[in-house]
Design a protein around this ligand. Sequence first.
Ligand code: PEP
Length: 253
Amino acid sequence: MTRKIVAGNWKMNLNYSEAKTLLKDLMAQKEQFNADVELIICPPAPYLSAFAEVLKDQEWVQLGSQNNFFLDHGAYTGEVSPTQLKSLGVKYGIVGHSERRDNFNEDYSMLSKKVKALLKNDITPIFCCGEQLQVRDSNVYKEFIMKQIHDSLFKLKPEEISKIIIAYEPIWAIGTGKTASSEQAQEIHHLIRSRIASQYDEKVANKVGILYGGSCNAENAKELFSQADIDGGLIGGASLKADSFLTIANAFE
Ligand code: PEP
């Protein structure tokens, strides 16, 4: 384990009043969050501005975006630019979630542009990768996952990729209640880290945070986070309740 990171992906859930209640519940427990953990919440984009005001000067949690455009400004109706996110104090950005790859046809070249745009604005990309069930069953899953990483990230300079967080999220585990076993997750995390070491070097590979995502919850986080190459989790459903998010964030040995 190189870092300890837990990020909550709230997706398109919660109306504004519910989201404010969740933030309040989290803040009420802020002293109980392990200060060694990089804690991140990624609420829906319309709430970022108000959340940034509330969390101004707070160190225990950082804000992340769920998506961003790859240019800083211009005539792109409906898009949110990394410069705008930076101006709010957003420090992390999810890129390439499988829901965006599938529903919005985001391919490797668009994702690599989004990653670069975030880095240029000092926002840490949380780059998602992962395979569908039929890919896992076909036994080419390792190369499938590595191609996603290779095509979108391996042109980055060493000092750029060192800043990245990668989230391994098997699609068959997302929102299904079917978690990858700790051995299945560790196998992929180890593969990712060793390929980064071969492409760059070990120092760089050890700086990259590698998260597991896919039905990670208060019951299974401890076992997953105990694996050598699992640096924490990207948490969907279980991040929508303050208590389970706290248990997950504190699940490191
Ligand atoms: C996610 O979509 O990033 C995710 C990990 O979801 P869940 O935890 O609900 O499976």
